[in-house]
Design a protein around this ligand. Sequence first.
Ligand code: 2P0
Length: 360
Amino acid sequence: MDGKLDTNRVFTAEGAPNIALIKYWGKRDEKLILPQNSSISLTLSRDTLHTTTSVLVSSKLDEDRFYLDGEIQDLKDKDVAERFGIVGIMRKMAGIREKVLIVSRNDFPTASGMASSASGIATLVYVLNEAFGLGLSTRKLSIVARQGSGSACRSLFGGLVEWKRGAEPDGSDSYAEQVFDEKHWPELMDNIAIVSQEKKKVPSRAGMKQTVQSNPLYASRPAAAEKRLSELTEVYGKKDFESLAELIMADSNEMHALMLSTRPSIRYLNRSSYKVMDLIEGLNLSEGKNIAAYTFDAGPNAHIITLSKHNAKVMEALEQLKASGDVFDVRQSKIGQGPSMLGKDFSLIDDAALGPKAGN
Ligand code: 2P0
């Protein structure tokens, strides 16, 4: 039994997922999580989707404990342990031995290709930096987060964020960096059309390894992604939505084509995902220009990037797919900021009992 814990020392932070516009799908180092190519993403608004994480560090805890969405996690489970390794890395950096109680909550469907691991790990690394008194720069935090889950490093910044591939074998130059902040293009937004809340069948980690190892088409991917990334940065700077949309859809389709042609074939998109693609392409055709772009992560849910002035048309078009039962919810998100600390009132750790507050 743990002794009485001082809940005045709870630290709480909030962070958000990101949606990659140029995708990361393949590692060159499995352990350090070093990618084959740089990637770039938009951080979503915490008003729409967020992770809240509370941490208590105490010598009175006799073991690390981690609750996710109200359920205690098995830290001996391989997948959990791989991601939780960042706690050990940060504890070592801080030179402390105390155990941690972590309570984390997502307000979006976990493991449905909605980047919950990115949001969760970025928020955890951010709050541990405070709880352990480390004072690391956001760049350093992105290097730690990367080792928990690659895409997590991008959620440490707001706006348009690049995860640089880097070249060093120790990963010291493979970090995330803000390219444009969220104020650069405030009209830009992401409508997330939820077509499924099922847990994905193939975890990204195993899937991308399979693609790199087995797919002869993969050879052309890293250079193509780097080229597209620099084009995207340029058109984003000029706020050229027409070109941005082309690059976004091309990169999503290229990644999903590589998944499809992996052996054994990996298919994350479902019939409803294809209907969203048809709908957006039809809308762009009828408008005579691109007013929206679809992009998909390792899951069937569609992210529809558009501008606020076109949003009513996009939402109206999506009504058709709601009526047919293909889309059952749409979450609208602006482009958001990186994580931030919350006050004591937001603590998810109960004052009396050891564990999450009721309802978490
Ligand atoms: C991305 N995805 O760039 C791509 C697009 C999914 C499709 O990063 O093994 O959870 O932990 O580094 O980051 C999902 O993979 O994989 C991902 P690990 P991660 O957002």
